[in-house]
Ligand binder design. Structure first.
Ligand SMILES: [Ca+2]
Ligand SMILES: [Ca+2]
Ligand SMILES: [Ca+2]
Length: 188
């Protein structure tokens, strides 16, 4: 038989864990970390503060590092400090970067989520976005993945503890909507 005190404690623990998880998710998407500088890359863009992302840019199936800063991309085929193979400027500068294999050709390419609008490219170059569509709203966090295992990555958003995943890179209703987490679970 739980007492009101026990219930209060559990509610407090749930609240704290939700806040911590939220901060962790927020940090994983928004934390800006000092990355490469032009002095070390030889690139013409300033990568001093960048978003980090990973992808298999050259199609060898090995995910390697990339950075995004104000519309400039630097994608490296090696996980080391070598010069990035793909350096270009594309897509809205003030969005959140994503990377995935949208067309299923075995190569990941970049995209940006900004205020509910997605911009996805099938080539890592300066060409305009191949797809522009609406999914989500301002404040949502973008997630991408191959949710149905068909070999193509597609979009999703995380909003207030609920996941909205879509199997198609186009506007429309999400195929999967679920809340996670909904209760306390032990960490570590
Ligand atoms: Ca390289
Ligand atoms: Ca691709
Ligand atoms: Ca898929």
């Amino acid at each position: 038989m739980s007492t009101p005190h026990d219930r209060g404690y559990r509610l407090a623990a749930l609240f704290v864990s939700a806040v911590v998880l939220g901060l962790l998710i927020e940090a994983s998407f928004h934390h800006q970390v000092p990355m490469l500088s032009p002095e070390t890359t030889g690139a013409s863009y300033d990568f001093t503060y960048s978003y980090a992302l990973v992808g298999h840019w050259n199609g060898d199936g090995i995910k390697t590092a990339g950075v995004f800063f104000r519309g400039g991309w630097g994608l490296n085929d090696q996980n080391d400090d070598s010069i990035p193979e793909y350096v270009f400027r594309a897509l809205p500068a003030d969005g959140l970067p994503v990377a995935g294999d949208w067309d299923g050709d075995g190569r990941d390419s970049v995209g940006v989520f900004r205020d509910g609008r997605w911009y996805l490219k099938n080539r890592n170059d300066e060409a305009p976005a191949d797809w522009i569509f609406e999914f989500g709203v301002l404040g949502d966090l973008p997630v991408v993945g191959d949710w149905d295992g068909d070999g193509k990555d597609s979009i999703g958003i995380f909003r207030h503890g609920r996941w909205h995943l879509r199997n198609h890179n186009a506007a429309g209703a999400p195929e999967m909507v679920f809340a996670f987490p909904t209760r306390w679970f032990p960490l570590g």
